[in-house]
Ligand binder design. Structure first.
Ligand SMILES: NC(=O)c1ccc[n+]([C@@H]2O[C@H](COP(=O)([O-])OP(=O)(O)OC[C@H]3O[C@@H](n4cnc5c(N)ncnc54)[C@H](OP(=O)(O)O)[C@@H]3O)[C@@H](O)[C@H]2O)c1
Length: 236
């Protein structure tokens, strides 16, 4: 499980997950997001903390179709792929009555369609492995029966769909030994949370959640497949 691809690595939970994964120099990590300046800084920070860390990066906008050569790039940089972490997320906080169709599309492209395309394009690499793990980062907002928040209808609906996709792919790809799970996160201190709930102090830091996500991505497939797991201290 040493060849890892993660989206949304330029800040927040994704950034910290890469730093946690980079502690073992045998791991080759491909960090994706739109902001390549931040990804370069992440690469340098990983090397500063863990000399020998193997962090690669590429600029990808999940709102656009992936470049045709994407899986070739993963093959060249990592020599294949064992773990994929769908961490990127876009949150728009706006009353449902004001959410135009274009905004629904932008949110679903970043949170669902981009992840689906990435999984589909990397499937040929995963199916060669004795075991692979695809991890979706959902939200308690998209977890059935949880408390919901005004203004987050499109975001929460996209996260519910991302969670359901994990269940569907786990079934469809079980014979290829590709485990697919979804962590439905509660509040974590990041820019996204500050934007959604200004001033709210979440009980979990991005560093702590990044360490947890890194460990679950590497080991969760041993115990879970097709599961949507709430990871929350504060949301019912
Ligand atoms: N923080 C929380 O309380 C919380 C709670 C529940 C779930 N989550 C989920 O956990 C994940 C990480 O959250 P976070 O709080 O760390 O978020 P964040 O700080 O806002 O970071 C979001 C990341 O997603 C990337 N991204 C957004 N749109 C993208 C696009 N179109 N194409 C490529 N990359 C894109 C951003 O990179 P660029 O801007 O560089 O592209 C950034 O690296 C998200 O999926 C979020 O929904 C977070």
């Amino acid at each position: 499980m040493n060849r890892i691809i993660i989206t949304g690595a330029s800040r927040g939970i994704g950034y910290e997950t890469v730093l946690a994964l980079a502690a073992d120099p045998r791991r080759r990590i491909l960090a994706l997001s739109r902001n390549t300046d931040r990804l370069r800084e992440l690469q340098q920070e990983a090397l500063r903390r863990h000399p020998g860390a193997q962090v690669f990066f590429a600029g990808i906008d999940l709102g656009q179709p992936l470049p045709p050569s994407f899986s070739d790039m993963a093959e060249e940089l990592l020599g294949g792929a064992d773990v994929l972490i769908h961490n990127a997320g876009l949150l728009v906080n706006k009353p449902f009555a004001e959410l135009e169709r274009a905004e629904w599309e932008r949110i679903f492209q970043a949170n669902l369609f981009g992840a689906a395309e990435l999984s589909r394009r990397l499937y040929p690499l995963f199916r060669r492995n004795p075991q692979s793990h695809i991890l979706h980062l959902g939200s308690m907002g998209g977890f059935q029966g949880s408390a919901k928040f005004p203004g987050l209808s499109a975001y929460s609906a996209s996260k519910a769909a991302l969670a359901c996709l994990a269940e569907c792919l786990a079934e469809e790809w079980k014979d290829s030994r590709i485990a697919v799970n979804c962590l439905a996160l509660g509040a974590v201190r990041t820019e996204m949370l500050e934007q959604a709930f200004p001033g709210y102090q979440a009980p979990v830091s991005s560093e702590a959640m990044g360490a947890f996500v890194a460990d679950f991505a590497l080991n969760g497939w041993r115990f879970f497949n097709g599961k949507i797991l709430p990871v929350s201290l504060s949301t019912p």
